[in-house]
Ligand binder design. Structure first.
Ligand SMILES: Cc1ncc(COP(=O)(O)O)c(C=O)c1O
Length: 486
């Protein structure tokens, strides 16, 4: 016991069965910290993926809640041995699937602090300190994107929610057209389609424009589709540009779309969930040029800004558009006039009660500094380029889409064998399964110009070139084995 600490032997004077003594609290906290630190330092002994069938898991966990509390060590044992292992290990250095990022340790601790302090970042009255930190983080994002100072926004659970919030603003700004149509490329993430459905756009009025040979929206076909719809009495509402697509990282022609939207009086939204935070680097700024002309942008800090789930962002070019849609007056919140003229962040989106998401971004940036983040994003760019060259120099691997942002698509297809498309697809499907069952790594697949493609995406600060190379080598040897046994 620490004699200098006046509360070292203090029991929480409370008879609630839900309270714990200081010692019990610290005991549980220390055990949980050890579990997480060991998990994060022991990737070499772990697989990037493991899963269990629902029968097996339901047998263990589909039980009634216990009437009396259980032993803490036994509960933690269940968590670490029977729950945690059966999942994609997103921060694993060989986790290349989807857009799997590794959270920085200060961000994890910030989430723990935010959860323990349990502040509700709804209004200035209720949480002025946390509100200021969120405003600061939004201001950083505004500047990274090169947005004008009229811009503003909020942190969200992710880009899916942020897109819905953006589309409502687009719809309201256009006076709720009854025959609204929306446009996006055929490479657009499904969350955008869902968001369009949520705001009431019918499936047939969601126009998927074919993409070009670089997987970016074919702008001529976009212009034709809009003109045709106007002629047929529809009311084009918005265009979504990708920055970049989840499949191949493709970035649509942002400046062209900005000009087009201006000329047609359409809302211009950029889905930058994956690629948006590349904007902290000079290279990213060049790639995303034109994004600053969008009416609204969605980005995910739980992707390429190395934050734990959940933290996305909606930022709009004119903050007033956002607040005029979401500001609500209510009798039960009438006291929130304290701090009048201060922003109430709940007036910028659909959530009233809001977790303190900004703390993790703010704390990790304070502790590491921006240079560390920039260097890490650059490192992801470099890994993707190196992977592209490695694939191009292999006689067994075929590049299907080049490194854009930090993603590369390819397949096992040995030169000069002239395998049929179906044979190639079967071999690559078997490689994918073997990578996550038999190797430490995990990758996911996609379709590139109708071809089944293996896809590696690097947004993980734990990944080294050795991890990428070993995984590409594993693909080659699993492919060779599949070929020999077929
Ligand atoms: C390009 C793109 N847009 C939108 C989303 C949806 O974001 P979230 O999962 O944060 O809701 C994702 C990925 O999940 C994505 O990759």
């Amino acid at each position: 016991m620490d004699k200098n600490n006046p509360i070292a032997d203090k029991k929480f004077e409370n008879t609630s069965p839900l309270s714990m003594t200081r010692e019990e609290m610290l005991n549980l906290t220390n055990k949980a910290s050890e579990i997480l630190v060991d998990h994060n330092l022991n990737f070499a002994s772990q697989d990037a993926w493991d899963g269990e069938f629902s029968d097996g898991l339901a047998k263990i966990f589909m039980t009634d809640p216990p009437e009396d509390g259980q032993n803490i060590d036994e509960v933690l044992e269940q968590v670490t041995q029977k729950i945690f292992p059966y999942s994609l290990n997103l921060a694993h250095p060989k986790c290349f699937g989807f857009v799997s990022s590794s959270p920085t340790w200060p961000s994890v601790i910030a989430d723990f602090l935010a959860s323990g302090i349990n502040q509700n970042v709804c209004t200035w009255l209720v949480a002025s300190g946390p509100s200021q930190i969120e405003l600061t983080v939004i201001e950083w994002i505004r500047q990274w994107l090169g947005y004008p100072d009229t811009a503003g926004g909020l942190l969200t659970s992710g880009s899916s929610a942020a897109s819905v919030e953006a589309f409502v603003v687009a719809r309201e700004s256009a006076d709720n057209p009854s025959r609204a149509t929306v446009y996006m490329s055929d490479q657009t993430h499904q969350s955008i389609i869902r968001a369009a459905r949520v705001i009431g756009i019918t499936a047939e009025n969601i126009k998927k424009i074919p993409s070009d040979d670089k997987f970016a929206i074919n702008v001529n076909l976009l212009a034709e589709a809009v003109a045709q719809d106007v002629e047929n009495g529809f009311q084009p509402l918005l265009v979504v540009a990708n920055s970049g697509t989840t499949s191949t990282g493709a970035i649509d022609s942002l400046d062209w779309i900005a000009d087009f939207c201006e000329s047609q009086n359409l809302w211009f939204h950029v889905d930058a969930a994956y690629g948006g935070f590349a904007c902290i680097t000079e290279r990213g700024k060049r790639l995303l040029k034109g994004i600053e002309r969008a009416d609204s942008i969605t980005l995910d800090a739980h992707k390429w800004l190395f934050q734990p789930y959940e933290v996305g962002c909606l930022i709009v070019k004119d903050l007033q558009n956002l607040e005029s849609v979401y500001s609500m007056r209510s009798d039960v919140l009438q006291d929130t006039v304290w701090g009048k003229d201060h922003p109430n962040i709940a007036n910028r989106g659909i959530q009233l009660s809001r977790t303190f998401r900004a703390l993790k971004i703010w704390m990790s940036v304070q502790i590491f500094g921006m240079k560390a983040f920039r260097d890490t994003v650059e490192q992801c760019f470099a890994l993707a380029e190196k992977a592209q060259h490695y694939i191009q120099n292999s006689s067994n691997l075929q590049l299907l889409s080049p490194a854009v942002l930090s993603v590369v698509c390819f397949r096992f297809n040995p030169e000069n064998l002239n395998l049929s498309e179906s044979a190639i697809e079967n071999i690559n499907r078997s490689i994918l399964v073997r990578v996550f069952w038999d190797d430490h790594a995990f990758m996911s697949s996609t379709m590139v110009s109708g071809k089944f493609a293996l896809r590696i995406c690097m947004v993980n600060y734990t990944t080294t070139w050795e991890d990428v190379k070993e995984t590409l080598d594993a693909v080659e040897s699993f492919g060779t084995e599949a070929l020999e046994s077929s």
